[in-house]
Design a protein around this ligand. Sequence first.
Ligand code: MTE
Length: 338
Amino acid sequence: MLIKIAKPSDLHESDVTPESIYLSRRRFMGGIAGLGAGLALPGNVSANADYSDVPEGNAPAWLEEKISDTQWRAITPSDPEQDALTPFDDASGYNNFFEFGTDKRDPARHADSLETQPWSVVVDGEVNNGGRIALEDLARPSQFEERIYRLRCVEAWSMVIPWLGIPLAEVIKRADPTSKANYVRFETLVDPEQMRGQRSSFSIIDWPYVEGLRLDEAMHPLTLLAMGMYGRELPNQNGAPLRLVVPWKYGFKSIKSIVRISLVEEQPMNTWQQIAPDEYGFYANVNPDVDHPRWSQATERRLPNTLFRPNIIETQLFNGYADEVASLYAGLDLRTHY
Ligand code: MTE
């Protein structure tokens, strides 16, 4: 995996030059033309990611087309040493997806049982233009973008993953929220036939898995609805066919296999907050200064790692995205609102 990454401090929107981006397997020719109106993401000048070792998936034709039409490539804060892409095998083999079991290898073993085609998402609540939307129709009006983001789990491991998807903001705008919409609530599919973890009587989760964001967090340009990674569609274990990616928050906010997006007035109760409110809050912003009651959040184990090379790195406030998102929390006590 060859990738050239500049430091965040080296990068400005004006540095993002048009250059052919080449992803060997997918005819992935896209010009980096900038980062969109109003976007101030640190972008990478040139990056050549080789996904030739990533196995072929089984994407429907419309998704193949969207993927090969990806034109934007924003690489967010990165350190050349630390932030090399996590190998696909680690990103797709070490997962949290409790619908398929609690062991990190369970999702890769069992998520094939999930039928992701066709798929639709209900957009409802405080919107003028809601309804059930086929995934293809949800994706069609938007340009696919590739975003390379850090993913920091609350359990103190982390990865660097190249996602493919569309800004959540675009989907929300099309739904035309009413003036009462203050939060966005997300739900994962419930289907014990397809999701063996939902059949377990030992599960501590009251299905569906639920997550939520404040409306301004949901509208933030970093917030992505991912439909792919590593130049292909999402593997089931990573949340196919549609998952949220909120890179400055702990991984549990990035809800997988979404079937419902609701604009709501009140702050929703999310799954982990419901299970252990002392340990997991609504905000879940990555913060090295606010420890989990049972472990430190000051450092993280960057995958891949081994017993002999533990690869422990320092955790950064907002997972390294403070320049982009800290203003969302001005005046908010991050210790109380963990
Ligand atoms: N979404 C659902 N529906 N169910 C889950 O168990 N786990 C979360 C999040 N999204 C989870 C989920 C947690 S704890 C993390 S860290 C990330 O997914 C892990 O994403 P990954 O397996 O793609 O690395």
